[in-house]
Write a protein that binds this ligand. Sequence first.
Ligand SMILES: Cc1ncc(COP(=O)(O)O)c(C=O)c1O
Length: 417
Amino acid sequence: MERLAIDGGQPICAERIAPTGERYGDEEIALLTEVIRSQKLNCNVGTKVKEFGRAFADYMGMKHGVMVASGTAAIHVALGALDLNPGDEVITAPITDMGTIYPILAQNAVPIFADLDPDTLCMDPADVEKRVTSRTKVILPVQLAGNTCDMDGMRDIAKRHNLALVEDCAQSFNAKFKGEKVGTMGDVGCFSLNEYKHISCGDAGVTLTNDDALGERAQLFSDKAWPRSGDRRDHLFLAPNYRVTELQAAVAFAQLKKLDHITDTRRERGDLLTSLIADAPGVHPPKVRDGGECTYWFYWFRVDAAIRDQFAKALNGEGVPCSAGYIPKPVYLYDVLREKKTYGDSHFPYGYAPFRDPDNEIEYTEGLCPVTERALKEMIRISLNEFWTEQHVRDAACAICKVAEHLSQKPVPAGKA
Ligand SMILES: Cc1ncc(COP(=O)(O)O)c(C=O)c1O
């Protein structure tokens, strides 16, 4: 067997895989110029932000789209539109960005974490069901890394328990479950256009819904609940300012035209990689359900935790850029949640009567979501993107197979099996 590159062998990739390209170009510049020339940069003066909300909603086949300052803001707008009460519970995923969690606590609701399906790293309906209580009001699945939850399962639980379903699709533009796009299957869908997402305008987000009342409230919630019509100034309820500028909308419009190409290419590259490493010993690639489509915001696979770091080092040595792991721990083990560092030293809304029962307190401790905790120790992440060629994928697959074959022949260190 050819030696590993880290042991002095020939690397599989003659050149390290590092494809990049220009994400922003003449299309963005043309629309930005148009906005600057209009002399209208604020969304209530200009038209682009409102138009982008509508254009993205049309693209997704939805009725209402509100463009806001970030993906975090898009989720906050969704929860603000749903008008939760303090102490209400929102069931969500333990592998995500804090941008999923902040809006829950900002509305004085309580995040409850459901364990993940290890093959998709998306929420497992069976575990969600176990976490439902009389206080649960929302299920907030995170469609992670371009893949999707079992949305039949999520919809069924939401329906039976009369819960709202809000999809966090920040990482999953154009991903599909049984032919349906993410962001269209619940009551509200939320997207991020930060710098790292499939499409970007630096920072922004979009909240989508088909419900007229939620759409109207979402628009209000994004702009201090100020209706901006008529001559009497009024603020209808408590809400932040999550406005974006016309400049961001200009860039977002140009990016939307590129989205199909980006997600089609990522889907093809990612699916090809999965098919090529299907027989690599000890390697568990992500699973895409029948009728589903994954748009690979990044590519991950799992290996035995005992060899994971060694695997990532060897794969880097072969010329495939990868990192061991994704987020360092489940979000519920971050200090902010574990120690309930919320508002001053109040720990609000945790334990606050009459909003919550202090005798039935939520604790975020190790072991809360065992499948997730294990998966995070097994993950290897590859930053696949639309600039990868088919040859890059074939080289990466060869390298994964080579490393997997080498490491599968080494005994697992004692105590780590
Ligand atoms: C799954 C998920 N949800 C929410 C967010 C928050 O998005 P933003 O950074 O635009 O606020 C992110 C951003 O990384 C994310 O990955």
